[in-house]
Design a protein around this ligand. Structure first.
Ligand SMILES: [Zn+2]
Length: 308
C-alpha cells in the first residue's frame, strides 16, 4: 500500500522545478482539463501555492485515476472480509437507467435490514458494473459478521425482485486493493450517473481518511480559469515548482496586468464539453431526487451513504 499513499498525497518538501506550463511545453504536464484555480498559503512551507480544484468526475480520465487510487488505499485500510454480487432482473425495468435508479438505492436498505436481523456490523462499499446489455449489477465489499447466503438472497429479492446473489468470504490471499482497482479500471463511463461507487458511513477508517485530507489552507484567490491559463498569464517567465499533489509553488505574489493566453494556448479542450456535462448531471440529479420521492419508511433517514 506504500505506493498508493505516496502517490496520492502530501506535497514534496522541495518540488521539482519546471517552467510554467507554456504553449511549447504543455504536453509535459498532466492535470484535470476542467480544473479551476485557488491560490492559498501552504501551511507546511508558508509559501503561496496555486492549486487545481479538479472536477472529480468518473468521466474525466485524470480524476478517475486519482479517485481509484484513493479508494483503493481507503478500502485496504477498511479490511473487508466478504464480497457479494447483487443481481438485477432486466425484465422488471424499462431500461438500464430505470433499473439503476430503482435498485442502487436498495443496496443501503438491504444492509440496513440485514444489520437489524443479524445484529452485527455490516459496512459496505458497492461498485456498479454494467452487463453487455447495459443493465447494471453490483459488487460490494463487506466488513461484517456471518450472513447466511439465503438470508442475503431473500432480502435482496424482497427489495428488488432479483434473488440471484453471490457471497464469498475473503481469505488472506485476497487483496481488496487489487480487486477494487480491477473492477473500477474496467468501468467505462456510465451515461446516466457519475455515482459509480458508494459506501456506508463507517466503512472507511477515520485515520485513513485523515491521511488523505488536505491540511487546512488560507485561500487568497479563487478563479474559474484553469491553473495553467492562470499561471501562464501571470508567471510566463518564471520557474514554478509542482508537487505530488499537482499544486504549483509560486515564487512571489503576482501584481500587474495578467496576459491574454487562453485554454487553447495551453492545449486544453474548449469548455463546451464541461458545460454540457454539468447540465446533464444537473438533470440527472433532479431525476434522481424526484425518483426518491417522499419516503414512507421512517428508518430510511437512519442510514447514511456517501457517493463517490
Ligand atoms: Zn477532472
Amino acid at each position: 500500500m506504500k505506493d498508493a499513499v505516496n502517490d496520492v498525497d502530501r506535497p514534496l518538501d522541495r518540488p521539482v522545478r519546471y517552467l510554467t506550463p507554456h504553449p511549447a511545453t504543455w504536453k509535459n504536464y498532466s492535470c484535470c482539463p476542467w480544473a479551476k484555480t485557488i491560490v492559498a498559503i501552504d501551511p507546511e512551507t508558508d509559501s503561496l501555492v496555486c492549486c487545481p480544484v479538479t472536477c472529480k468526475r468518473w468521466g474525466c480520465p485524470y480524476c478517475a485515476a486519482r479517485k481509484i487510487r484513493k479508494l483503493a488505499f481507503l478500502t485496504n485500510g477498511a479490511a473487508p472480509n466478504r464480497w457479494i454480487r447483487l443481481g438485477v432482473d432486466p425484465a422488471l425495468y424499462s431500461g438500464p437507467r430505470e433499473a439503476w435508479e430503482k435498485t442502487s438505492q436498495q443496496v443501503p436498505e438491504c444492509c440496513r435490514l440485514l444489520r437489524k436481523m443479524r445484529t452485527c456490523e455490516i459496512e459496505y462499499l458497492r461498485v456498479t458494473e454494467l452487463h453487455q446489455s447495459g443493465f447494471p449489477h453490483y459488487h460490494a465489499l463487506l466488513r461484517s459478521g456471518f450472513i447466511p447466503q439465503k438470508q442475503l438472497s431473500d432480502t435482496w429479492a424482497r427489495l428488488t425482485g432479483a434473488p440471484v446473489v453471490w457471497i464469498s468470504k475473503i481469505d488472506s490471499t485476497f487483496s481488496s486493493f487489487r480487486y477494487l482497482v480491477k473492477y473500477l479500471t474496467k468501468l467505462h463511463k456510465i451515461e446516466w450517473t457519475d455515482r459509480h461507487v458508494s459506501y456506508s458511513k463507517q466503512f472507511f477508517r477515520e485515520e485513513d481518511k485523515e491521511k488523505l485530507a488536505f491540511p487546512e489552507r488560507e485561500i487568497t484567490t479563487r478563479s474559474d480559469e484553469h491553473p495553467w491559463v492562470w499561471l501562464l498569464n501571470r508567471y510566463a517567465n518564471d520557474e514554478i515548482g509542482v508537487d505530488d499533489n499537482g499544486c504549483y509553488h509560486l515564487p512571489y505574489d503576482y501584481c500587474g496586468t495578467p496576459g491574454m493566453y487562453t485554454r487553447q494556448d495551453v492545449g486544453l479542450p474548449a469548455l463546451k464539453t464541461e458545460e454540457k456535462s454539468t447540465a446533464v448531471n444537473r438533470v440527472q440529479q433532479q431525476l434522481l431526487d424526484e425518483s426518491h420521492g417522499p419516503d414512507p419508511r421512517p428508518q430510511r433517514a437512519g442510514y447514511y451513504e456517501e457517493g463517490y
